[in-house]
Design a protein around this ligand. Structure first.
Ligand code: GAL
Length: 439
């Protein structure tokens, strides 16, 4: 675990700097900083009107992710049959649309009870001192500080408090492929970019789309590129991009942009009209060969009954695990406090995580889940998580503040239409400076 601790600590070291600029300010109505969000049932004032509801906000609408969430809801409903769950969703991968709606609800005084939040620097976007409940006492009473891996615990702490209960660990740097299509063309899953481009030529000549990608929602190019960066720069070089140790002017960044630009010449032509799952359909249909996407794709394939997919780390990222984690946060002023706390307990429980993750296509945040419940891909992810160098995803909230991550994604959206390597690289460096990370 030592190497993983080191890795996440890099991401979290940024938090310490900003923490000094912020003050913990908790209105009297809310739990004190570090306090549990609610006393157990029976020890607090009579529940307010509407206490028979629980509103949970997320962007999980696609197959796999919605199924996982439902599996956790089923556990909650069995325990609390009188509570009506309001499944508030705003579709859009990576929370593209949901995060904006959520911000408006929080600042407008209309919070859901609980909402999806990536572990890491994303929490800063929601001004936790104003809008979130610290969950430290719940962590202590549920024993979560002992059952979540130390490196994840480090990533979850912001301003020295816990703000979300992690339900999973996802991997971003996976290359999914249609096994039959590669086999028919005599291709082994490529391990380097040179091998990848050679395979792409063969596939193209055979009338198969080598790379399937959808960029409709504006985050997918950023997702793909973070995995290229991780491979070309290696784990230390990649992590340095988010701490300021690696300048964006580095020749390896140029190389990564060149790889991405060339790769896009092998993509499906309708990529700007497709979402991540729309693109993955190319693999199911046997029309496309390879797709770089997070392992929610495993859950999505499973939900479609598709089993003929293979997986490999994105070229040159063998031994590197680009990680992210979904957590559930507690809104300050949540309308249904007791139901909310019970929901967080289910989310953090072994039972909840064992029901959720096999469907979601992620591994448990907890260390005590039964591997036998998981398919072959997820078992391989468990092994890799335990031995790889762990680096934080920027496209999914772990590595950078939301503002910087958004600019990063926007630069890549422009890049895939313009293909201007020098401009993209200069824009990255400038944005890194503007966000106070690079000098
Ligand atoms: C990620 C999220 C995953 C999955 C994915 C696609 O940001 O962490 O759980 O939902 O987006 O929407």
């Amino acid at each position: 675990m030592t190497h993983k601790n080191r890795t996440f600590i890099l991401a979290v070291s940024l938090l310490a700097v900003v923490a000094m600029l912020l003050t913990a300010c908790v209105p009297p109505a809310a739990a004190p900083a570090g306090g549990a969000p609610a006393a157990p049932a029976g020890e607090q004032a009579a529940p307010a009107a509407g206490a028979s509801k629980l509103e949970m906000f997320s962007w999980w609408t696609a197959g796999g992710e919605a199924d996982g969430l439902n599996a956790m809801y089923e556990i909650y409903k069995a325990k609390y049959p009188n509570v009506e769950i309001i499944n508030a969703t705003v579709a859009g991968g990576a929370g593209t649309n949901a995060k904006a709606v959520l911000s408006t609800r929080l600042t407008g005084g209309d919070p859901p009870d609980s909402f999806q939040l990536h572990a890491g620097l994303e929490v800063e976007k929601y001004e936790p001192d104003k809008y979130l409940q610290p969950l430290d006492d719940l962590y202590a009473s549920e024993g979560w500080d002992k059952v979540f891996p130390a490196d994840l615990i480090t990533l979850l702490k912001y301003e020295d408090h816990f703000w979300g209960v992690p339900v999973n660990i996802h991997r971003s740097n996976v290359m999914w492929y249609n096994k039959q299509v590669l086999a028919d063309n005599g291709i082994e899953p490529p391990a380097t970019w040179d091998e990848w481009f050679a395979a792409a030529e063969t596939l193209k000549a055979a009338g198969i789309v080598p790379l399937v990608i959808g960029t409709k929602e504006g985050w997918e190019a950023g997702h793909t590129f973070e995995t290229i960066l991780a491979g070309v720069l290696g784990p230390e070089g990649y992590k340095g991009l988010w701490t300021g140790a690696t300048p964006w002017t580095d020749a390896k960044v140029t190389e990564a942009l060149e790889v991405f630009k060339k790769m896009m010449t092998y993509a499906n032509t309708d990529y700007s009209a497709l979402t991540w799952d729309g693109a993955a359909q190319y693999l199911i249909d046997g029309k496309g060969a390879m797709h770089i996407m997070g392992d929610w794709t495993d859950g999505w394939f499973t939900s479609k009954g598709y089993t003929e997919y293979g997986w490999a780390p994105v070229p040159q990222t063998q031994g590197t695990f680009v990680a992210l984690s979904d957590s559930f946060a507690a809104a300050k002023g949540a309308p249904n406090q007791e139901n909310l706390v019970n929901w967080l307990k289910v989310a953090g429980s072994k039972e909840g995580q064992e029901a959720f993750n096999p469907k979601k296509g992620s591994i448990c945040a907890r260390t005590d889940c039964d591997p036998a419940l998981f398919n072959a891909y997820l078992q391989s992810a468990m092994t890799d998580w335990s031995q790889d160098a762990i680096v934080p995803s920027v496209a999914h909230g772990a590595a950078a503040y939301e503002k910087w991550a958004t600019v990063y994604k926007d630069i890549l959206t422009t890049f895939i239409t313009q293909g201007d390597v020098a401009k993209a690289q200069a824009d990255f460096q400038q944005a890194c400076v503007d966000n106070g990370i690079c000098k």
